[in-house]
Design a protein around this ligand. Structure first.
Ligand code: F6P
Length: 323
């Protein structure tokens, strides 16, 4: 029996992390475990900063964005000294298992930690980018795409009024999944993502073919696209179409905040609940995900290795619907 577990949130925060913390805490307490929530991710393990989490500690947080445990991208955790402090503090606090909520970098940290700490570690996928293999939706993605389309809808109003082209940059350091869905849902005229090779000539050609009957055009660009971002794309568009009035809008961190959507809260609760069940069933080194409504377990090494492949149908859909 596991008597005491630790939880941490690491990397970029994502709406729904609090719902996950709540589910882990309450499921663990239901199973007679004590829970420590480490503050600022791996930094909290290194500095021995934590909160004792009780049932009431996680009351009233399911609807809140961000993470009550705070988060960080820890450089110190990459050092031998940082790792040693973290391992010692796990021992000192009698932590017998750990749940890491985060993305790619957080799970790479978990892989390293499990080489030094002799306890089971499982993960809940938490990142707005949705760029992990082994789950259909990461915690934060649904809310982020809803935030993005709300913003793009507003941009559409002003773009339409001024007959302008807008280049809108959305987050996604290595993946275009936020861009793809927000482009489809907002009826964007073009989308640039790292997963689809598209040189500037293709974009120029596309712009030339745009129907003159439609007065506003929106190009959604993923932050990680090789075009180099919205400002570069806007320059190219202007260069080839001096007659167009072009504006740029970089949505930035608003995509990381806000109240989690219903789907987010439910999925985060399911994943958190199953993370504790997984520990009770002797699992370790795996990320808990949901694929086709089924709970799945993916080794950390696999979850971080590849990005989700872009659905070919979506690629075609964008092409057809934006033509
Ligand atoms: O959490 C993922 C993400 O939002 C990426 O889409 C983005 O590139 C990055 O985090 C930004 O990180 P930071 O807030 O540390 O600048």
């Amino acid at each position: 029996m596991i008597k005491k577990i630790g939880i941490l949130t690491s990397g970029g925060d994502a709406p729904g992390m609090n719902a996950c913390i709540r589910a882990i805490t309450r499921t663990a307490i239901y199973n007679n475990m004590e829970v420590l929530g480490f503050i600022r991710g791996y930094e909290g393990l290194i500095d021995n900063k934590f909160l004792e989490l009780k049932r009431e500690s996680v009351s009233g947080i399911i609807q809140k964005g961000g993470t009550i445990l705070k988060t960080a991208r820890s450089e110190r955790f990459r050092t031998d000294e940082g790792m040693q402090f973290a391992v010692n503090h796990l021992k000192e606090n009698n932590i017998e298992a750990l749940v890491v909520i985060g993305g790619d970098g957080s799970f790479r940290g978990a892989i390293e930690l499990s080489k030094h700490a002799n306890i089971p570690i499982v993960g809940c996928a938490g990142t707005i980018d949705n760029d992990l293999v082994g789950t259909d939706f990461t915690i934060g993605y649904d809310t982020a795409i809803n935030t993005a389309i709300e913003a793009i809808d507003k941009i559409r109003d002003t773009a339409e009024s001024h007959d302008r082209i807008f280049v809108v940059e959305v987050m996604g350091r290595d993946a275009g999944l936020i861009a793809i869905r927000s482009a489809i849902a907002s009826g964007a005229e073009a989308v640039l993502v790292p997963e689809i090779k598209q040189d500037t000539d293709d974009l120029i050609k596309k712009i030339k073919n745009w129907r003159s009957t439609k007065s506003s055009k929106i190009i959604v660009v993923a932050e990680g696209d090789e075009s180099g971002g919205a400002y570069k794309v806007a320059d190219i568009v202007k260069q080839h179409n001096p007659e167009f009035d072009v504006r740029v809008s970089v949505l930035g961190h608003i995509q990381r905040g806000g109240n989690p959507s219903c789907m987010e809260r439910v999925n985060a609760s399911i994943v958190g609940f199953n993370a504790v069940k997984a520990l009770l069933n002797g699992k370790s080194g795996e990320m808990i995900g949901i694929v086709n409504k089924q709970i799945t377990f993916t080794p950390f090494e696999k979850a971080v290795k590849h990005h989700q492949k872009l659905n070919k149908d979506l690629e075609e859909l964008i092409e057809v619907l934006s033509s």
